[in-house]
Design a protein around this ligand. Structure first.
Ligand code: PLP
Length: 388
């Protein structure tokens, strides 16, 4: 018999991938589907990064790599965080992980005892509740409401922290699925709750290089928060390296020491040639990051133009990441019904807001991951469909 930890990972509910799977099925049956569901770039890892990976592999960096990560990459990640937060950060504050997802799992493993409550914000990235259940903690969602522009409220988080005696709070800014970047006020409020309740903050910053308005602020930068925060980062989104599985956790030295022990007993590190290529990419400054973020910024402006010409769909004001959240409540349909109907009628696949919890019901999430002209056409069709 399998453990309830693994069989109960999805919490008994649907995992929200129904529309995505239906789209895949249609594609397999030969239907042309415009795929706007998942967060996979339409551009691939840049050739110079791949050339460096090739160089490193040929140089023999194919054996076991140092489990916490190579000193070069840990130094580079530390320098990056220090530059962004002003908090002194060294390689001892950094563990390299196989992508952000495994970092999220490890961060919850490090902060939650079995049965502890782990808070997270709804709408949320699809894996969050399962990640929390996977470490035998109890997921507890806190709604960030459309009326509050999807900024979570510190008083609501404080009440939940008090009621559940939560061990951790997971936040994600820039946010998937909403694209909202948390304001300084929101983050200051959250930091206060974490300090008051002696609660860990797990800050998922995998979209930190994709901010269109204002600037990304890491809560690690806030007063007294370096000791309370585990920052999760990744090369996946910033450098279009989703398949290379290279991310990190930045946190207090003793937490990183324990997390390194965990890595020894789980992942056993990240391939050396991947880490070398990641270091090469980070050493090139912001060139790759800007190039990768530019199409999303451009498509957001395109979307604003298209949406300004109609009234059935409204765009959630957002400042970053690679998605649009569209409010389709005026149609009277749920996001899920809307997404299924759009797929069947127009062969356009989007994610229902309900896939990300309850707070984004009546919305759909559109990944801005296809070429501009097709993207604009698809959005215009979404609007016509909503109007009809
Ligand atoms: N966190 C968020 C908010 C994401 O959207 C994703 C991927 O889509 C991840 C984490 C995982 O990214 P990685 O490829 O680094 O595991």
């Amino acid at each position: 018999q399998l453990s309830s930890r693994i069989t109960g990972l999805l919490g008994g509910g649907s995992d929200g991938w129904g529309v995505f799977l239906r789209a895949r099925q249609m594609i397999e049956q030969g239907t042309q589907v415009t795929e706007l569901t998942i967060g996979e770039h339409d551009i691939r890892t840049a050739a110079p990064i791949l050339q460096d990976m090739h160089r490193a592999a040929l140089a023999g960096h194919t054996g076991y790599a140092a489990i916490p990560g190579t000193t070069g990459l840990r130094d580079a990640v530390a320098a990056r965080l220090q530059e962004r937060t002003g908090v002194p950060t060294t390689r001892d504050n950094v563990l390299i992980t196989p992508g952000g997802q495994s970092a999220l799992f490890a961060a919850h493993m490090a902060t939650c005892n079995p049965g502890d409550t782990a808070l997270y914000i709804d709408p949320y990235y699809a894996t969050y509740p399962g990640t929390i259940r996977g470490v035998s903690a109890l997921p507890h969602a806190i709604a960030a409401r459309a009326e509050d522009a999807f900024q979570p409220r510190a008083d609501v988080i404080a009440a939940a922290a008090k009621q559940t005696n939560a061990a951790s709070l997971l936040v994600n800014s820039p946010n998937n699925p909403t694209g909202v970047v948390y304001s300084r006020k929101t983050l200051e409020g959250i930091a206060q709750v974490c300090r008051d309740h002696d609660m860990w903050l797990i800050s998922d910053e995998v979209y930190d290089t994709q901010v269109w308005e204002g600037a990304h602020l890491s809560p690690r930068a806030l007063d007294g928060m370096a000791e309370h925060t585990l920052v999760v980062g990744s090369m996946s989104k910033s450098h279009a390296m989703t398949g290379s599985r290279c991310g990190w956790i930045v946190g207090p030295v003793d937490a990183i020491e324990h997390l390194t022990n965990l890595a020894t007993h789980t992942t056993y590190g990240v391939p050396g040639y991947i880490q070398d290529a990641a270091l090469f990419a980070l050493n090139q400054g912001t060139g790759f990051e800007t190039e990768i973020a530019a199409p999303f910024q451009r498509r957001r402006l395109l979307a604003q133009d298209i949406l300004a010409r109609q009234n059935a769909v409204s765009l959630v004001p957002a400042q970053g990441a690679m998605y649009l959240m569209l409010d389709v409540r005026s149609t009277g349909m749920s996001g899920e019904d809307f997404a299924y109907a759009l797929l069947e009628k127009h062969h356009i696949a989007v994610m229902p807001g309900e896939s990300f919890g309850t707070a984004a019901a009546g919305h759909i999430r559109v990944a801005m991951t296809i070429e501009d002209t097709r993207f604009a056409q698809a959005l215009a069709t979404v609007c016509d469909f909503a109007e009809s």
